[in-house]
Structures are given as structure tokens and as C-alpha cells.
Design a protein around this ligand. Sequence first.
Ligand SMILES: C[S@@+](CC[C@H](N)C(=O)[O-])C[C@H]1O[C@@H](n2cnc3c(N)ncnc32)[C@H](O)[C@@H]1O
Length: 277
Amino acid sequence: MMIDNTDQAEQELSPKIFLRYCDLIYDVAGIKLGAQKESLLKARVSKRMRALGMNCFEEYLSHIENDTSGTEIVELLNAISTNVTYFFRERAHFDVLGETLTKLYNAGQTSIRIWSAACSSGEEPYTMAIMVRESLPESADVKILATDISTKVLQRAKSGIFDYKSMEKMPDKYMSKYFTRITEADAVKYQASDSLRKLITFSRINLAKPPFAMRGPFDVVFCRNVMIYFDNEVRRGLLSEIERLLNPKGLLMVGHAESLSGMLSNMKSIRPSIYVK
Ligand SMILES: C[S@@+](CC[C@H](N)C(=O)[O-])C[C@H]1O[C@@H](n2cnc3c(N)ncnc32)[C@H](O)[C@@H]1O
């Protein structure tokens, strides 16, 4: 996501107002913004304020707090979230996913459910969908749920249209098999095939506010590169909800930089960043 620094000099974000933004963002989304995030917040919020014709951080804060429709807080979260992602990120997780799908199918499991929690713009669930197509026959009953807090990234994910940049790590053979080159606003993009798209359902879920309105149970959950933004209290609440929603022997994949030691009561680590219930 680009950070636009224009106009910053014109506006003042006092330490007191910055802390009020931090508290609000933590209360709503569990995201901990440290003091080092002040200029990032300032740049991103300024952009949203300009779109609304506002130039005072306190005024915008009151605008969010008084917005009973709840749409402006979603705009704030859209503005501040970090959405970096790409196809086949942390490839080993997708290899394990492929092996697990084959194992479950061969053992006679008739339906398989997968969840991409914090899916960002969709590269993660679409990579899962490629693994499903590569591992199982078309008739297999597999569903992928892809969720995020940001409505902006969910909209992009639903479109199934990607820039080449996020596809660089994808093996070439999948590019031609599952994507069509298209032109959108004079730029070359890649559109995912219907065979991938029909496996995925998108929904907005705030991981900081369990319990989640979904039935589960899931066989595999990817919850990667999002817990780094949470403190231990939010992480614990989320992990116990994931444990609840997983099938016995279900797998949880987390980002390689995320250590969960001592936070999972019913799961054990089987490889770095992979846990089994
Ligand atoms: C860095 S991306 C990770 C994307 C993907 N899982 C991956 O590893 O490539 C982090 C995502 O977490 C989402 N996020 C942040 N706070 C969240 C929350 N409270 N609930 C759900 N999603 C959240 C952001 O909107 C963003 O899309």
C-alpha cells in the first residue's frame, strides 16, 4: 500500500490525539500501534481526511466516534491496515496443505473445509485453491472461506484480478493453467479462472472479536502475518477460537515470524509455524 505524504506539514497530530487513535484502533481491531507508527497513521489518515474535506485530526476522530452507521471506522481500518501478500508466500505451508488434502480425501472424508483468516487481497486463498485443484478431482467437496477486516482488500480479492508482482513466486505452469491475461485501465492484469473462484467464499471477520459467526469445523486454518499486529491478550482469544473451530487433527499455519509458545492449550507444533489439534 502506498503512503501519501502530501499535506502532512499542514496538519498537527498531537500526542494526545495520536493516543486516542491508538486506543480506538486497539479497541475495535486489536491492532497495537506503537509510537513508531505515528507518521504512518498520520499519512494514511490525512489521505482519508482529504477525501472528506477535513483538515483536523481531532475533528476526524469525532466524526468516526459519532458515525452510528459504523462505516467510517471501516474506512479508518482500510486506511491503516498493512496488506502485503503474494501467491505461494511461505511455500512450505501450501505443500503441507496439498499433502493434507490428498490424505483426507484418500481416507474417505467427504467434505473438506479450509479457512484463510486475514486473507488480504486474496493471493493466499487463491493459492489454496490452486493446491485444491492440483491435489483433488474436480468433484471433491472442498470449500475455502477467506476473511479479512478490510472491506477494501476483500473487494479486490473477490474480483480475482491480480498484478503480476504478486505472482512472481508462482510456478509458470499454474499461470497459464489458471489465469487469463487481461487489460484493466491500460495495465496488464491476470484474472483467476472460474475453477479457482468457485471454491472461495469471502466474508468480513474481525479476528480480534471472537466468537465468530461461522460454523466450521475446519480441517486447515491459515492465520498468517496478522497476529504480529496484536498483543498477547488478543492473540490468546483468537487462538482459542481457532482451536474451537478446528476439527480434531486439524492444522493451523501461522507466519514464520509468529511464535505461539505457551498460547495453545490443545495443539502441538509439528513443524516450525505448523500446529496440529
Ligand atoms: C500482512 S496481511 C497478511 C495476508 C496473508 N495472510 C499473508 O500472510 O500473506 C495482514 C492482513 O490482516 C488484516 N487484519 C488486520 N487486523 C485484522 C483483524 N482484527 N481482523 C481481521 N483481519 C485483520 C489486514 O487487513 C491485512 O489484510
